[in-house]
Design a protein around this ligand. Structure first.
Ligand code: IMP
Length: 408
């Protein structure tokens, strides 16, 4: 069986954690390849809800876990997650690539300082130091996991460089000790390990963080994350050949959410948005911030599908729409009397476009069961398949692992 890349097609929070956990049983490992502890991947299992920021979502199925070199790794967060897993009796088999960038308290401070300086134009980052960490890597200042894990890190010279960026450098002694502890015995070459598994007939899920529209280059810049979220980043960041990427499964919510600032053409406010937020528990898994709510955006989704060569889609949170009396899909944007259907051509003025909606049959009061989806739901899914020219292979109708419908 080939590998599988699972990525978010919107602004993150599409429900990737649940989909990775659902598929993980058929794979031998799960690898994170991008982002850092800004991600919050939620898995509901029985009566427990788990949120992990760095550990790949294959952990509940006891899979081999990998954190690839493209990840910006906060060792303190990782230590907390490993401690939690231990407390829960979950055995973790984790390999961290030696080339991972390590996020220190300094990058988190830089994140907060830059956000404050932006004033009303703040990006609304998670303040996990993601942008500064990727920037410090580009400046070749920041240490890698191998530098601490294998003992070659020189704190004094690091401090000398850090002092160029901040007047008061946070004390890094404790951070250095904790980082060493968490990395000890876990450093390896993730790309090589994945290829070795593949050579013995085993396969791996590549678990994306954030979503396409938060990509540093292709998203709604500057309101994006500090790294890359596209499927094409999977092989480059992990250090495996492009042909090893496998199928691309894009995850999309049946509506749209966004947390943090930035353009959001289909955003709605008022009663419907408020009830969708409450019913859908649309609060940031990392920061607890209320997520902004909007209708499904076909213009943005066609762009996301095109950029990633999406093979199949997993459509999530359809159950939330059974509590809502309306059902809309944005089919175009309007700007100065002109209709636009290509997301990239709307990007220069994306904060000013107005959505053109198609009204579909509401799901209000429908009962969703695994045995049979109601006609209105099937019709919506088939409509998306026709418009996007991609198969919707999985439909999620509840937060539990079992509330998932496979479509043949
Ligand atoms: P950063 O990644 O912390 O720099 O934040 C940049 C933008 O990406 C902000 O709007 C964040 O809210 C958003 N963001 C980062 N990670 C996630 C995520 O996992 N889900 C949803 N939004 C995210």
């Amino acid at each position: 069986m080939e590998n599988l890349s699972i990525i978010g097609l919107q602004w993150g929070d599409e429900g990737k954690g649940k989909i990775v956990d659902y598929h993980a049983g058929r794979f031998d490992g799960v690898a994170r390849y991008n982002g850092g502890s800004n991600a919050g991947h939620t898995i509901v299992f029985g009566n427990r809800t788990y949120v992990f920021h760095l550990l790949p979502s294959g952990l509940l199925k006891r899979k081999r876990l990998f954190i690839g070199p493209g990840v910006v790794l906060d060792p303190i967060t990782l230590k907390e997650e490993l401690d939690l897993a231990k407390k829960e009796g979950i055995k973790i088999d984790l390999t961290i690539d030696g080339r991972c960038t390590l996020v220190s308290p300094l990058e988190k401070e830089m994140d907060a300082i830059i956000e404050k300086a932006r004033g009303p134009k703040a990006l609304g980052t998670t303040k996990r130091g993601i942008g500064p960490a990727y920037a410090m890597r580009a400046l070749r200042v920041i240490p890698r996991a191998m530098d601490l894990g294998l003992g070659t890190f020189d704190l004094a010279s690091a401090k000398a460089l850090y002092s160029l960026f901040a007047k008061d450098i946070p004390d890094l002694t404790r951070w250095t000790e904790s980082a060493r502890e968490v990395l000890r015995g876990r450093i390896g070459d993730v790309g090589a390990a994945i290829l070795e598994l593949n050579a013995s007939g085993k396969s791996v899920i590549f678990e994306g963080a954030q979503g396409v529209l938060l990509d540093l280059i292709h998203g709604t810049y500057p309101y994006v994350t500090g790294g890359h979220t596209l499927a094409s980043y999977v092989p480059a960041s992990l250090g495996i050949p492009a042909k090893s990427e496998g199928k691309v499964l894009g995850v999309a919510k049946a509506y749209t959410t966004r947390v943090g600032s930035g353009p959001f053409p289909t955003e709605i406010s008022g009663r419907v948005a408020d009830s969708m937020r409450e019913i859908g528990k649309e609060y940031g898994a990392t920061t607890g911030r209320p997520r902004r709510i909007g209708w499904f955006d076909l213009v943005a989704m066609k762009y996301a599908v095109r950029l990633n060569g999406v093979d199949e889609i997993a459509l999530t949170k359809l159950d939330i729409l059974t509590k809502v009396g309306e059902m809309k899909v944005c089919v175009a944007y309007r700007q100065n009397g002109r209709e636009i259907t290509e997301f990239s051509s709307a990007l220069p003025f994306i904060d000013k476009v107005l959505p053109v909606y198609e009204d579909l049959q509401s799901f209000l009061g429908l009962e969703l069961t695994r045995a049979k989806l109601p006609r209105a739901v099937d019709a919506f899914v088939e409509y998306l398949e026709r418009e996007l020219k991609v198969k919707v292979s999985l439909v999620s109708i509840g937060e539990e692992r079992t509330a998932t419908v496979e479509r043949g």
